[in-house]
Design a protein around this ligand. Structure first.
Ligand SMILES: Cc1ncc(COP(=O)(O)O)c(C=O)c1O
Length: 349
């Protein structure tokens, strides 16, 4: 890329024009006032919780069906992760259980738009507003998805983004960002990502070194303009899968309303853990890149404190045993998709 060559010879490596240009492009795409580029999606969550004043003595509620980082960030800032189960239809946080999980110590909720599917951010925001706590969105897997016509990451206190190489908008390495329309939150994040430094050698808060790398920002800016087309392709592929697999004993993640799913992953649910495990071996044996996301819900990860017992979240635990993800990427050829569907049909025959 000529822009990378120009950056390398120009030497504007840290928080220069490349980063602010991507931040402005992302803010425009999402329809928010500010985006702050950081080092990763995990740091986006950690810095956001810190910017919101979350720390020891507080609780943060999140959903037990997610990638580890959603809960790790809570534990990292010294707060207690409190979990709620997900729903069997859409695999997302069961908002009927959210209110009961909020206590006097709760400072925030992290809603996760898992596998590319937008969660009901409108209802979550209402519950949080009534409780007087902040809503944070973990948008790592769902760039471009919409709820009630609005992009995820645009209506809460903050949306946290990962651009790790597997994501729908992928950097060539680690990268992340936070989107917000609150100036104070954006300013605090700007300090936190850069050693807590407002001016050179004056460190007003205990910060991090977590800046979005300039080369990654150039890669992301370049790709941002293609994201809509890539997401449309993912949606079309998911439709093809659903059509061709319709006769098999499988369940699918509910796609939600218009624009509600951008299919970071295409999940299928089998009837039992035995079938899932056998199907996975069969697909892998046919050279198909099937994968289990995620084999353990968050409360079963030994790294986390305050873990509820196995059995506490029956829906997420069943999904962990019974689902697998089929290959989906914008450049998946029709013949590759057909090969996967044929292999599935052979398995169930
Ligand atoms: C739901 C979710 N949250 C957070 C993260 C963390 O992002 P990163 O890997 O950029 O730290 C990921 C990345 O896989 C994710 O899928």
């Amino acid at each position: 890329m000529p822009a990378i060559e120009a950056l390398l010879s120009g030497g504007d490596y840290i928080l220069g024009e490349a980063v602010s240009d991507f931040e402005a492009g992302l803010a425009d795409y999402l329809g928010v006032e500010h985006c702050v580029g950081v080092n990763s999606g995990t740091d986006a969550l950690i810095l956001t919780l810190e910017a919101l004043g979350v720390g020891p003595g507080y609780e943060v509620v999140t959903v037990v069906n997610s990638f580890h980082a959603s809960a790790l960030a809570i534990a990292r800032v010294g707060a207690k992760p409190v979990f709620v189960d997900c729903r069997p239809e859409d695999f997302l946080m069961d908002l009927d259980q959210l209110e009961a999980a909020i206590s006097a110590r709760t400072r925030a909720v992290i809603l996760v738009h898992l596998f590319g599917r937008a969660a009901d951010v409108t209802r979550a925001a209402r519950i949080c507003a009534e409780a007087g706590i902040a809503l944070v969105e973990d948008c790592a897997q769902a760039i471009g998805a919409r709820w009630d016509g609005k992009r995820v990451g645009s209506v809460s206190a903050a949306g946290c983004w990962s651009f790790a190489p597997s994501k729908n908008l992928a950097a060539a390495g680690d990268a992340g960002a936070v989107s917000t329309s609150y100036r104070e939150i954006a300013e605090r994040l700007g300090l936190l990502r850069h050693f807590g430094q407002r001016v050179q050698n004056e460190h007003s808060v205990k910060g991090h070194n977590s800046r979005l790398d300039s080369i990654q920002a150039l890669v992301l800016r370049h790709k941002l303009g293609r994201l809509e087309a890539w997401n449309e392709r993912r949606v079309a592929l998911a439709g093809e899968y659903q059509e061709r697999l319709a006769g098999l004993p499988l369940g699918f993640q509910d796609p939600g309303g218009p624009g509600g799913h951008v299919y970071h992953l295409f999940q299928v649910r089998t009837e039992s853990s035995e079938v899932r495990d056998a199907l996975l071996s069969h697909l892998l044996g046919d050279g198909i890149d099937a994968v289990v996301r995620y084999p353990f819900p968050l409360h079963q990860q030994p790294a986390l404190p305050h873990r509820p017992a196995v059995g506490a979240f029956p829906v997420a635990e069943a999904l962990a045993r019974e689902t697998l993800a089929l290959p989906i990427r914008p450049d998946l050829a029709p013949s590759e998709l057909q090969y996967v569907c044929d292999s599935m049909a052979t398995f169930f025959k």
